[in-house]
Each structure stands twice: as structure tokens, then as C-alpha cells.
Design a protein around this ligand. Structure first.
Ligand SMILES: NC(=O)c1ccc[n+]([C@@H]2O[C@H](COP(=O)([O-])OP(=O)(O)OC[C@H]3O[C@@H](n4cnc5c(N)ncnc54)[C@H](OP(=O)(O)O)[C@@H]3O)[C@@H](O)[C@H]2O)c1
Length: 296
């Protein structure tokens, strides 16, 4: 059974052959009775082959993966995991620097704020010129202010909305049209267990993550007809640098949360990789992953 993009391409090819037999192609009359292997059909076949080569027939390990928030924590662990698979990478964050552990990989580093739509579009264009289309986007850039809402100022909650929500929309927008055209692609949003669980602290963060989950599931419904996968990953506590925005140590952060267990970013990255490696026809829609010893 050919894959979806192939079926579409074959359908186009078949239609082109039928119209050639009938003597018409679009609005233009063409000569009756020419052999089926005429230039029109050959062009159709070569377009079909290119579409397939650029999407589902390209080995997973050669597909360009874009990761935001790649300078630290979950995004950095994801970059290492996808590089190990052999994927070319587009890595984005405001302070991204070449990473020694990725020295042998095909990596485009791009310093950008995910809230800056034009900068994200430029990053995608640069990387796609080198490595072909972005076949997988992982939105991991994020920031959290875990204090009580009365202590959080407008700058801080604006940063959370701009990064956690607007950033996801901007990056999605930058790759979606290409994925729709190719009828293939995967967008993985690193949301949070806070996307479904209210808490008396980190209110703005929680609000952004509820929105990310709603956006992911809504877009999944809209894009299912185009074969584009949308995957929501909702981690519990992961040991990263997310507390640095609050200018407290990891120990202070952990104490503030009631001293729960934390999972490693590497363990989560392997789970994300598992979701990506499923056949394009399978979509793990929504996954909550947390340490066993935690109530939240
Ligand atoms: N750690 C957890 O317990 C946990 C739990 C659930 C969900 N999450 C989610 O996981 C994601 C990754 O967080 P993390 O824990 O790995 O935190 P982290 O170690 O602080 O990493 C956050 C990354 O986001 C980047 N970033 C922040 N603001 C950005 C912006 N405006 N534009 C571009 N990049 C930006 C940071 O790099 P620059 O500073 O260089 O820009 C950094 O690379 C977040 O969406 C977070 O909400 C984390």
C-alpha cells in the first residue's frame, strides 16, 4: 500500500493519464492519442517522485528537525538525542552557541527570540536552503515564574505569554504551510502537566500551558486531513535550568515545590524520540510523563 503522499502523487499521475487519453489537460486541448509516456506524464511522474522524496520516503534520520529552546534543559537533551539519530538540526534560542557534543552533526544554530516571528521565518529559510524542509518541529522554548500571582509583575507574565504561547504559534506558522503542501510533518509541543492541572502558584505559566494544549489538539483536528501530526507532551518535573528565571537555586526551587522527585531531560528526550519514530500514519496525540514519586 503506497504511503499517503505517494497515493496522492499517483492519483495526480493517474488523472494526468486519463486527461491525456481524453485529449484535455486543464483548459488546454492537447493532441489526441499521443503515447502515455509523453512529456506531460513524465513531468507529473518526476514531480510525484520529488514530493515523495522530500517527505515520507526520505529516511527519518535525514529529515531536518527544528528545536526551540535548544540551549538548555529539555531542548538541549532533544538536540543531542536527534543528533545521535543522524538528523540535521535547526537549533534556536536567544543565546544558542555551537555545542561541542554536536561537533560532528549537521547543525544550524540560530539566535532568535521565539516571540519574533520575522526572525523565526528567517531561521527556517536559512536551514531549509541547506537541509531541505523542516519535517519535525519541537517547541521546547519556555519560561516559568512559579511564584504566587500577586508577586509576579507584568514583565514576567508577558514574557511567559510571549515565549510559551506566542512562540509556539510563531514557530508553527513558520513551518506549517510547507508541511501542508508536502502532506507530511510533525509538530511536537513540550507543554506541561500544568496544561491540565491548576495550581495556586505559577498561574500565568499554567494559563499559557492550558492554551498550548488547546492549540495543539485544535490544530491536530484541523491538520489530520493533511497528514500533519500534532503531538502534545506534558512533562511533570524535569531537572533543568527553568528555575534560573526566578533567580533561585535548584535546591530552593525544589523546596518551593515541596521537594518532589525530578526526572532527567535525557529520559524525556528518549520518549519524544519514540513518538517521532512512529510511522507518519500513527499520532501519539497527548502524553503525560512524570516521575513516579510525585503527587503533582
Ligand atoms: N523543567 C520542568 O520541570 C518542566 C516541566 C514541564 C514542562 N516544561 C517545559 O519544557 C520546556 C523547556 O524547559 P526547560 O525545563 O528545559 O527549561 P530551561 O532549561 O530553562 O530551557 C529553556 C530554553 O528556552 C529558551 N528560551 C527561553 N525563552 C526564550 C525565548 N523567548 N526565545 C527563544 N528561546 C527561549 C532558553 O534559551 P535562551 O535563554 O538562550 O533563550 C532555553 O534554551 C518549557 O516549555 C517548559 O515549560 C519543563
Amino acid at each position: 500500500m503506497p504511503a499517503a503522499a505517494d497515493r496522492q502523487a499517483l492519483l495526480r499521475l493517474d488523472l494526468s493519464q486519463q486527461t491525456a487519453r481524453r485529449g484535455f489537460r486543464g483548459n488546454h486541448r492537447v493532441r489526441q492519442g499521443f503515447p502515455l509516456q509523453c512529456p506531460i506524464v513524465l513531468v507529473a511522474r518526476s514531480i510525484a517522485m520529488n514530493v515523495a522524496a522530500d517527505s515520507q520516503e526520505r529516511p527519518l534520520a535525514r529529515r531536518l528537525v527544528m528545536i526551540t529552546g535548544a540551549s538548555s534543559g529539555i531542548g538541549k537533551a532533544l538536540a543531542t538525542a536527534f543528533a545521535r539519530e543522524g538528523n540535521p538540526l535547526l537549533l534556536i534560542s536567544r543565546r544558542i552557541q555551537p555545542m561541542a557534543e554536536l561537533a560532528h552533526g549537521a547543525v544550524v544554530y540560530h539566535q532568535a527570540d521565539v516571540a519574533d516571528s520575522a526572525a523565526i521565518v528567517a531561521a527556517v529559510k536559512t536551514a531549509e536552503e541547506i537541509h531541505g524542509p523542516v519535517e519535525c518541529l519541537v517547541n521546547s522554548a519556555g519560561t516559568a515564574d512559579a511564584r504566587e500571582f500577586e508577586l509576579v509583575d507584568e514583565d514576567s507574565y508577558s514574557r511567559e505569554i510571549d515565549t510559551n504561547l506566542k512562540g509556539v504559534l510563531n514557530c508553527t506558522k513558520a513551518v506549517l504551510a510547507g508541511m501542508m503542501a508536502r502532506q507530511s510533518g510533525t509538530i511536537i509541543n513540550i507543554s506541561s502537566v500544568s496544561d491540565r492541572k491548576a495550581a495556586p502558584v505559577a498561574l500565568a505559566y499554567t494559563a499559557t500551558k492550558y492554551a498550548v494544549r488547546a492549540f495543539t489538539e485544535s490544530l491536530r483536528e484541523a491538520q489530520s486531513k493533511n497528514g500533519v501530526r500534532l503531538i502534545n507532551i506534558a512533562p511533570g518535573y524535569v531537572r533543568t535550568n527553568i528555575h534560573s528565571g526566578m533567580h533561585i537555586s535548584f535546591e530552593e526551587y525544589r523546596a518551593k515545590l515541596g521537594s518532589p522527585d525530578f526526572m532527567t531531560a535525557e529520559a524525556l528526550a528518549d520518549i519524544v524520540l519514540f513518538c517521532w519514530k512512529q510511522p507518519q500514519s500513527i499520532c501519539i496525540r497527548d502524553l503525560v510523563v512524570a516521575p513516579t514519586r510525585t503527587t503533582f
